[in-house]
Ligand binder design. Structure first.
Ligand code: KG4
Ligand code: ZN
Length: 339
């Protein structure tokens, strides 16, 4: 079964074709991040305008790269939420129009669930086993989800305020590093040479609390306080603060996830969403699993499938396969995994 995926929840316009939930026939992503770098963050109207300009060229390119005509597609999958309403509407209305015109089933997909299914794409070490635990860490969400089967999941915990990606983005802004903040912080942290002017100890919010929740807004305030203690931020100070921020975020994410892995006795642990592209987070997670000799298969998508794309949306649609009448499909900006 060949599914055309469409993803327009934020600042990426993406389309791709996936066969049987894992074989990628094409993957096209057009990002407007550079435009948002100019404004220091996303202005929703600008993102939506870019979506409108790019949606048709991106879908055409995805079909061309897969060497397919739309008639040969079996179904269309589209992200219906969460996301920015203006951006979402472009993908949703385009998908509905294609579905009517070419008489194709249409499968609405929760973007956050889509991030989890990036772990089914072209996997050499086999597919994840159920039951599994997934940590979705994106620009707007931080959620721990227990997944029993393709059609049954339960939310276990999540952030009470800022998302992990948001913490990266806001810290980057405080340090005058470019948008998106995650990759900028990661690059700066790699350059940190360990002889700082002074020690910086950032908090690990909620790390000792007996729950699976997170809180990252205090971290941003702690970074701001640190920044204010410097007369002038030199390059190595920025590298140091980036390094410490990355350590603090990674440590909390890993600690809470590992506790959940043990409590729920899952067979696989999956990461997904833009922040899972962070090299240090991946490295620290693999180290921890090894150190504790945990019998859990750990999956992290390759970076281009961590950040927003349409192939993970198409993969998700294949496994959950619940087509709906186009009349019953609408953009849902507030959709979540908290069922
Ligand atoms: O999943 P995603 O591409 O879009 C949303 O659904 O939000 O995630 C975007 C988030 C941004 O906050 C971005 O700064 C972060 O993922 N991100 C990273 C890295 N690459 C992207 N965070 C840390 N390290 C990275 N390498
Ligand atoms: Zn995302």
């Amino acid at each position: 079964m060949k599914i055309l995926g469409i993803e327009t929840s934020c600042d990426e316009t993406a389309a791709g074709v996936v066969e049987n939930g894992n074989r990628i026939l094409s993957n096209v992503v057009s990002s407007s991040a550079e435009i948002h770098a100019g404004t220091g963050g996303i202005i929703p109207e600008n993102a939506a305008r870019q979506q409108i300009m790019m949606i048709i060229p991106v879908i055409s390119r995805a079909l061309k790269n897969a060497d397919l005509k739309i008639k040969e597609i079996d179904a269309i999958a589209v992200t219906v939420g969460p996301g920015l309403i203006g951006s979402l509407l472009v993908g949703v209305e385009t998908a509905k129009t294609l579905s009517i015109l070419f008489d194709k089933p249409i499968v609405p997909v929760n973007h956050l669930l889509g991030h989890i299914y990036a772990n089914w794409l072209e996997k050499e070490k086999g597919r994840p086993d159920f039951p599994l635990l997934a940590l979705v860490v994106s620009g707007g969400h931080t959620d721990l989800v227990y997944v029993e089967s393709h059609d049954k999941y339960a939310w276990v915990g999540g952030t009470r305020d800022d998302a992990a990606g948001e913490a990266f983005d806001k810290t980057a802004r405080l340090l005058s590093l470019p948008y998106p903040g995650g990759p900028s912080i990661s690059k700066a942290a790699e350059k940190y040479s360990t002889n700082p002017k002074k020690n910086i100890n950032l908090p690990r919010p909620m790390i000792n609390e007996n729950n699976f929740d997170f809180s990252f807004s205090g971290l941003k305030t702690a970074v701001l306080r640190e920044v204010q203690t410097f007369k002038k931020l030199e390059k190595n100070d920025i590298f140091q603060i980036s390094h410490e921020t990355q350590e603090a975020i990674s440590e909390v994410l890993i600690e809470k996830s590992i506790r959940a892995v043990k409590k729920y006795k899952v067979r696989s642990f999956l990461l997904g969403g833009g922040v899972s592209a962070n090299k240090r987070l991946a490295e620290a997670l693999y180290e921890r699993v090894k150190e504790e000799n945990l019998k859990v298969k750990t999956y992290i998508p390759i970076p281009k499938y961590c950040t927003d794309n349409a192939v993970c949306i198409a993969a998700c649609a294949y496994y959950i396969y619940k087509p709906k009448a186009y009349k019953n499909i609408s953009a849902q900006p507030e959709l979540s995994l908290r069922n």
